[in-house]
Design a protein around this ligand. Structure first.
Ligand code: FAD
Ligand code: SF4
Length: 459
């Protein structure tokens, strides 16, 4: 078989983009998308589909692209995914569908499935809401708690089935992490996220913003008013290191930093909400959240930014593209290094770290990092951003009493088939159930719960 190299996705020049918030990746144009689609050999047993968490018919949509039938490609993707313009941008494809693509090892690299999905998703967005017909209401009502990908997906499917859906969102803007977490330069809000939300408006979904379920309105009140409830409240509570000095000025969680920047628009010059950004910034962690925080700090502060990670590059959990883009933008990776103390009087001035070596694999299967005795050293910093992961916010757990079950980690316990909690009629999905995970898994969980809700309420 002919070796045809994978086509590269164009991106903004690193020197230019590290000073702006415009989208970094420019996506495929028509010609490149067609050439890339032609690389897919339409395998008889397509492993890429097995690698996709929602089993998108990948060779099917790519075959439509080869025929220049974008509508056909879109409708095939929409059978499994409601958010292709978003997932095409943020899914870790290199560990999912593209990892399994037969072309990966010897045939010029895996097909750029994610970039093709984005291409089709962006085409879908250009169609706007003109083809959406508001479904006839069937008289039953569904409440959705949280407007992240799980809530949006559940709401969309329930609304299409004729249910009267209301989404309750704590923040003043809808979208969950898509709006408050992932920065503009990776996921544009007006061009992409808002347009997905407009589709829900067109389906007749009502959004009640600034409403914290468990505080502003109780679950008992929701149960009285609605026939089913879906909880997609995410995992927005940041974890800290619990080391000395973590309460110094200049230290914050990545969640707070990114929320101020994205949701409150603090990165804009005319922003009313301020954001502190130092000239020497250490970001602790190496997942997508850490990359987003580091690249945001680089854009706002313009100084030196370090990613501090206790394992090696191989174990970094962030998407490969984000790590590559961060390095191109001048972010320095300080690997096999663990902070042990944050130093300073009132303001943080340095991070005391210890060098690490990798030992035997731990429960996660990754080699356990162990401190090297006597290897302590200091890094001068004026800001530290902690990006070590998140867990579900306890507001819901504290407000429902024994209404339904939670795990020891604070996640909601659900039936795997239906995503129903231990309380009849209340469903849950996304990060609130799995702990911090991915957009595609959250979307898939929202759809699974919607299917169960529709089946139950249609009886
Ligand atoms: P969320 O998106 O967290 O949405 C939950 C919503 O519920 C929020 O809007 C919250 O305000 C609201 N809420 C919470 N409690 C209540 C309440 N009591 N009442 C009303 N509303 C409530 N995943 C990827 O696949 N690729 C990436 O590149 C990626 N990058 C990420 C970068 C960052 C900075 C972060 C934080 C996460 C990233 N993720 C990424 C993870 C992904 O975004 C999440 O897994 C996904 O958004 C989870 O969706 P969800 O619907 O479960 O919850
Ligand atoms: Fe196409 Fe690769 Fe999937 Fe085969 S594995 S169908 S080549 S995308």
């Amino acid at each position: 078989m002919e070796i045809v190299e994978r086509h590269k996705v164009k991106a903004q020049d690193p020197e230019v983009r590290s000073h702006n918030f415009d989208e970094v990746s420019l996506g495929f144009d028509d010609e490149t998308a067609l050439l890339e689609a032609q690389r897919c050999i339409n395998c008889k047993n397509p492993q890429c589909v097995q690698g996709c968490p929602v089993n998108i018919n990948i060779p099917g949509f790519i075959a439509k692209l080869k025929e220049k039938d974008k509508d056909g490609a879109l409708s095939i993707i929409n059978e499994s995914s409601l958010l292709p313009a978003i997932c095409g941008r943020v899914c870790p494809q290199e560990r999912q569908c593209e990892e399994r693509c037969i072309r990966k090892l010897k045939l010029g690299g895996s097909v750029a499935i994610g970039a093709l999905e984005r291409y089709v998703g962006d085409y879908g967005l250009t169609k706007g809401t003109k083809d959406i017909v508001k479904p006839q209401k069937n008289g039953k009502r569904v409440a959705v708690v949280g407007s992240g990908p799980s809530g949006l997906a559940c709401a969309a499917d329930c609304a299409k089935a004729g249910f009267d859906v209301t989404i309750f969102e704590a923040f003043h803007k809808a979208g969950g992490v898509l709006t408050y977490g992932i920065p503009e330069f990776r996921l544009p809000k007006d061009k992409v996220v808002k347009k997905e939300i407009e589709k829900l408006n067109a389906l007749g979904v009502t959004f009640k913003l600034n409403t914290i379920v468990g505080k502003t309105i109780t679950f008992d009140e929701l149960e009285e008013e609605f026939d089913a409830i879906f909880i997609g409240s995410g995992a927005g509570l940041p974890m800290f290191m619990n080391i000395p000095g973590e309460n110094l000025n200049g230290v914050s969680s990545a969640n707070e930093f990114l929320t101020r920047s994205n949701l409150m628009g603090a990165y804009k010059e005319d922003a009313i909400t301020p954001i502190y950004c130092g000239k020497k910034v250490a970001v602790i962690g190496a997942g997508n959240v850490a990359m987003d925080a580091a690249r945001t700090a680089k854009r706002i502060g313009g100084g030196e930014v370090y990613i501090i990670y206790r394992r090696s590059r191989e174990e970094m959990p962030a998407r490969a593209e984000e790590i590559e883009h961060a390095e191109e933008e001048g972010i320095k990776l300080v690997l096999l290094t663990n902070p042990v103390e944050m130093l300073g009087d009132k303001q943080v001035t340095a991070l005391k770290c210890v060098k690490m070596a990798l030992g035997e694999p731990d429960a996660s299967g990754r080699r356990r990092p162990e401190p090297i005795e006597g290897s302590e050293f200091e890094i001068e910093v004026d800001q530290v951003i902690v990006a070590l992961g998140t867990s579900p916010n306890p507001i819901i757990r504290n407000s429902v009493g024994n209404m339904f079950e939670f795990s020891k980690k604070g996640t909601i316990v659900v039936n795997e088939e239906t995503n129903m909690t231990t309380h009849e009629g209340i469903y849950a999905g996304g990060d609130a159930v799995t702990g911090a995970a991915t957009v595609i898994l959250a979307m898939g969980a929202g759809r699974k719960a919607a299917k169960a809700i529709i089946e139950k309420l249609s009886k």
